[in-house]
Write a protein of this length. Structure first.
Length: 62
């Protein structure tokens, strides 16, 4: 069951993509859900968007 602070949603992915996510998750000792969240945060960081705990972006003056 998801944490009350997290948004749950349905995601449909290609079976080959799912298999790669499972492989990466196992290699990093994460669940597939944790791996997807990690990859999303990594993609946002690459675009200059850095989240802080709680999911909010830091103030602009930082």
């Amino acid at each position: 069951m998801p944490s009350p602070a997290k948004k749950a949603f349905l995601l449909r992915v290609d079976p080959a993509l799912w298999a790669e996510l499972e492989r990466l998750a196992a290699a990093d000792l994460r669940s597939v859900n944790g791996q997807i969240e990690y990859l999303l945060r990594e993609a946002l960081a690459a675009r200059g968007i850095h989240l802080v705990p709680g999911g909010r972006t830091p103030p602009a003056d930082r």
